[in-house]
Design a protein around this ligand. Sequence first.
Ligand code: LHQ
Length: 264
Amino acid sequence: MSYETIICEKAGGILTITLNRPDKLNAFTDMMLDELTEAFQQVDADATVRVVVLTGAGRGFCPGQDLASAVERGAGNGQFSYSDHLRTHYNPLILGMRGLSKPIIAAVNGVAAGAGMSLALACDYRIAAESATFIQAFVKVGLVPDSGSTWMLPRLIGMAHALDMMLSGRKVSAAEAFEMGLVNAVVPNEQLMETARKLAQEFANAPTRTIGYIKRAVEFAADSKLEAALNKEAELQDKAASTADHSEGIAAFLEKRPAQFRGQ
Ligand code: LHQ
């Protein structure tokens, strides 16, 4: 499948998706949002893809909505329905990513601002280049954080840090983001993609279906009472236990050899 605003490259079970509007630091247009949503739908349906790496072309990761394109359509003067725009183009993307049964690694190569930061938050891992920055830029243009930031950010870094970022709109460095628990690792710029691909390779050799169940259990637990979460774990454990990879994992342990998971 070829797209105009993103590049998808598949190799050895890893799909790398690159946001590709480098002149605008990869700001979101409707087309980019819709192409991304479709690309993630394809990932869910393609058994040969076992992990996704998401990054940006050029010096930015994503600075959120392309404000110029929103203004052309009446944003800022009451002519533009923000809620329709979010419900039509952003929310399906974020829900598709959070519901994806395969891990998503964000390789954050530069600034992630506004809904571009929400995009990074919707991934399961964030590896940041040393020069990457994170900005809850919404307040700087008089907007409420959207695309899942209000749901994901406090869960990731706690209410105090999340509100600080959201209310101030200040720029947070990769080093500070790591201290807050916003990113899993910070690496020298030139090692970003190599580090992301190494991690992705581990997931490409992992029990993929079980990873999908783990994601589902954690997502469910985030909004549940303990008893409901325990029940969900039990339900999903039956599913995981019926995979070939579970049998292989047990056999490999007893035979004292590395497991050869096939994602089935
Ligand atoms: C951009 C953008 C951008 C267009 C850089 N748009 N061109 C949801 C629903 C509906 C509508 C509204 O929004 C939302 C959610 C949101 O995402 S709201 C938050 C939107 N994002 C922002 O407010 C961030 C705006 N950008 C910035 O503050 C700066 O560009 C940052 C801090 C990201 C980067 O600064 P610099 O490194 O100094 O780069 P730059 O500002 O020179 O940008 C480079 C180019 O990219 C430049 O274009 P040009 O043609 O002049 O070279 C910028 O205009 C363009 N660009 N962000 N969001």
